[in-house]
Write a protein of this length. Structure first.
Length: 214
């Protein structure tokens, strides 16, 4: 049994999410639970709290995405589609031309992403590829949730992408320390937002990324 009354109790009201969109998000979370028995999309321990732990957690990044200059978002190591599928569902009525590109090397998880994209009629591009092997990529936003540590993600952005405006990442309890350590080797501007779903966590938007010399 997943957390009930999602539409009634969700924190996403603050993001002006329509009831139709909330129903699609609830349908999506049910699809994850159903397929989780076969392909381990999320931790079993978080199944009962999927809507707060995963759906709302992913959705809160829409504040950084819903901008005039953002048309393409690239989700790295997306797995079940968190946050990419959530963002594609949230944005499809607001901005139909908005596209989410996925890089997920798992065959089964990539197929799940394709199924969800078809089911919810989403504007997506799904690549069953290893992001470390891709070069000269273009996007407006790079986003990732629980894929790799911050320094590794910055290296991917710097090395594998030719153009991007922002990087959006989720940081846990030690996020401030991780940022401080990372700034020893990298220069960047960032905005931070306290997580809606975990008081110890942060969502950050990074721009103007440069690697320090030496």
């Amino acid at each position: 049994m997943i957390d009930s009354n999602f539409i009634k109790n969700t924190k996403l009201d603050a993001l002006n999410v329509s009831r139709e969109t909330l129903r699609e998000l609830e349908d999506y979370s049910s699809s994850i639970i159903s397929r989780n028995k076969e392909i381990n999309l999320i931790s079993k321990s978080t199944e009962k709290s999927i809507n707060t732990r995963h759906i709302e957690d992913s959705a809160q990044t829409v504040d950084f995405i819903d901008k005039k200059n953002i048309k393409i978002c690239t989700d790295l190591g997306s797995g079940a589609g968190l946050p990419g599928i959530v963002l594609a569902i949230l944005m499809k009525h607001k901005k139909p031309q908005f596209k989410v590109i996925f890089y997920e090397k798992s065959f089964h998880k990539s197929n799940f992403l394709k199924e969800m994209s078809k089911k919810f009629k989403l504007n997506t591009e799904i690549h069953q590829k290893n992001i470390f092997e891709e070069k000269n990529l273009n996007t407006d936003v790079i986003i990732s949730r629980g894929f790799k540590p911050l320094p590794v993600l910055l290296e991917i952005a710097s090395t594998n992408f030719k153009n991007f405006k922002y990087i959006i990442l989720f940081l846990g309890k030690s996020g401030k320390e991780i940022l401080k350590d990372t700034l020893r080797n990298w220069k960047f501007d960032y905005e931070e937002k306290k997580s809606l779903t975990n008081e110890d966590s942060l969502v950050i938007k990074i721009s103007n990324l440069q690697k320090k010399n030496g």
